[in-house]
Design a protein around this ligand. Structure first.
Ligand code: URA
Length: 215
């Protein structure tokens, strides 16, 4: 999705001084069968401008395939649209010298708030009925701190308000619009904990059953 230049400028202003790189646009149809929400893009996503285009994207596509869905069927975005990076001095053995690296990292609460106008804009434009919050960052941005992915993964919340930027634009308030929200592990979780694979599959299959039953 192309974001209006005014909105991008606003987010640039709100993000001044933060270690954030580029913009990766969310992608997919409006009124999608599902809107998938992750954390923040990484290096691959910024380079290609395709959300979830790296290793976690491969895992996500496997989950979608369980539901016979493809990338094009769903809207994919994350709560932050720039790449959060840190600056690390490391010793490079080949070059035999210290070099600076800029690895991906989790976005901070301040960065998520800085990007809130972009995320709210996407929800408003895309008009999803069902949102899949993938991982703790997305869950917290949408629902606050009541839910924990470790215990609440696989749950569905119906007729649920979500958090959006408040009038003063310095915090969140509950939306008037209501959504169905699924709480899922972030697709990258299985890359760190292989044991989660079956649980993640079962959780995605619950979405599939829900979609079938609501047809
Ligand atoms: N992880 C996310 O949360 N979002 C992306 O777009 C890529 C990886």
């Amino acid at each position: 999705m192309k974001y209006p230049e005014k909105l991008l400028e606003k987010v640039r202003q709100r993000s001044q001084g933060m270690q954030l790189e580029g913009i990766n646009e969310g992608a997919g149809p409006v009124n999608p069968v599902l809107m998938l929400v992750g954390e923040a893009p990484g290096r691959n996503e910024i380079k290609t401008n395709i959300p979830f285009n790296g290793n976690s994207g491969k895992e996500l596509m496997k989950s979608l395939a369980l539901l016979k869905l493809k990338r094009e069927d769903v809207y994919i975005t994350s709560v932050v649209r720039s790449r959060p990076y840190s600056k690390k001095k490391v010793f490079d053995k080949k070059l035999n010298t210290k070099i600076v690296k800029y690895p991906n990292r989790k976005p901070t609460k301040k960065e998520i708030l800085a990007h809130a106008p972009l995320f709210d804009y996407e929800v408003e434009q895309v008009k999803p009925k069902i949102i899949v919050a993938m991982g703790s960052t997305a869950v917290e941005r949408l629902l606050g701190s009541e839910y924990k992915i470790s215990t609440d993964h696989g749950k569905v919340l119906e007729n649920q308000a979500i958090l959006q930027l408040n009038q003063k634009e310095d915090g969140y308030e509950w939306s008037k619009d209501k959504y169905t929200i699924f709480l899922e592990y972030h697709p990258a979780a299985v890359l760190y904990r292989r044991k989660l694979q079956e649980t993640i599959e079962q959780d995605w299959l619950k979405i599939g059953h829900y979609l079938k039953d609501s047809k």
